[in-house]
Design a protein around this ligand. Structure first.
Ligand code: ADP
Ligand code: TRP
Length: 332
């Protein structure tokens, strides 16, 4: 068996190009060299998504998104987290090896506590146990499948380190490597995709370019990317331009060099730079959009793919749990 790469995406909002370049595309490239296990983290999403109809739609969209982006379910084990109940059993077991102090240090949790403090609110305001134990559920996702590497964006590396810590604590206790210790894998050049306003592209900032919008909307959004106030004639620094940064994601190295030279020469206004961005983005995204629309038009076929993936996933996860039940003394 080859080395194992595993990652999940939370269906909490519309997929955007930050998710595509930061998570989906690198994961699909890795799938050429690794035994890949990719899934939809629907229980992680439940933490913030309390509208059933909306969560259901988002799950379908993320599943269709992976497939439209090129995931081959014959080669990659592709499933929904909730279809693998061993995840929840392992999460419960890991709770007993994860110190509260470790979870207190999780960035996402700490950020809410800090914001509460700044508002003079109770430190626990708005914090449910799903948020506090989020890293443990994520550790279960990862450790269940003997994962070697976890392709994620920079913001998720702390969670992978926590999964490694928790695996270490369990292995230390039972004095053998019952759980493989995973590592995060971040692609440096796409670590943070900027959004329309120049901050990290994120659905929570409302600054996203959706992965599957119409051509017309894509163009409209490309026109909205922030610029400075330099006039047409002024030479521009491509390295300081959000438009150029986004363009580099879609362009070939030759196209990048050619457009950078035009920025530096002056004579190209921001409108034209945005037009170039739209052309490059649309070229890459059009075929994905077509596949996505076809998949979304046949939900039973999508369900079938996910169920078949879950069966393959459970063939692995049930073995991990059997090993842990024996080692922990839970199994008779
Ligand atoms: P959002 O920030 O929109 O809520 P998620 O947190 O659901 O996105 O991220 C899903 C995956 O996409 C994660 O692996 C995350 O690291 C990656 N990701 C999200 N936004 C970006 C971005 N702007 N640049 C690079 N990767 C990103
Ligand atoms: N927490 C990840 C995110 O917000 C999603 C996720 C859940 C995940 N379980 C995972 C990523 C396991 C990698 C491995 O994007």
């Amino acid at each position: 068996m080859g080395k194992i790469a595993l990652t999940g995406i939370k269906p909490t909002g519309i997929l955007h190009i930050g998710n595509y370049f930061g998570a989906i595309k690198p994961a699909l490239e890795l799938a050429a060299d690794y035994d890949a296990r990719y899934f939809i983290a629907d229980y992680h999403a439940l933490n913030t998504m309390k509208d059933g109809a909306e969560l259901n739609t988002r799950i379908r969209e993320v599943a269709a998104g992976w497939l439209a982006a090129g995931l081959d379910p014959e080669r990659v084990i592709f499933y929904r987290q909730s279809d693998v109940p061993e995840t929840f059993e392992l999460a419960t077991m890991l709770m007993c090896f994860a110190s509260k102090g470790l979870l207190n240090r999780a960035h996402a949790y700490k950020a809410v506590v800090q914001a509460n403090g700044e508002k003079g609110a109770d430190p626990d305001a708005g914090i449910n146990m799903g948020l506090f134990t989020y890293p443990v559920l994520m550790a279960a996702d990862i450790l269940l499948f003997d994962t070697d590497i976890v392709p994620v964006g920079q913001d998720q590396t702390q969670h992978v380190e926590m999964a490694a810590d928790i695996a270490g604590a369990l292995n230390f206790n039972y004095k053998r490597e019952l759980l493989k210790v995973p590592q995060a894998s971040v692609r440096e050049n796409v670590a943070v995709v900027p959004g329309l306003d120049g901050r990290k592209m994120s659905k929570s900032y409302g600054n996203v370019i959706p992965l599957f919008c119409t051509e017309k909307e894509l163009r409209k959004l490309c026109m909205k990317v922030v610029t400075n106030s330099q006039g047409i004639d002024e030479p521009k620094n491509p390295d300081e331009s959000q438009i150029f940064l986004l363009y580099t994601l879609f362009a070939t190295p030759e196209e990048r060099a050619a457009l950078a030279a035009r920025y530096r020469a002056g004579g190209m206004g921001w409108g034209e730079a945005k037009e170039e961005l739209f052309r490059a983005a649309n070229r890459e995204l059009s075929p994905l959009r077509e596949r996505y629309n076809a998949i979304m038009a046949d939900i039973p076929a999508l369900e079938k793919i996910l169920k078949e993936g879950a069966a393959k996933a459970r063939a692995v996860s049930s073995q991990t749990m059997a090993r842990l039940r024996t080692a922990s003394g839970i199994a008779l």
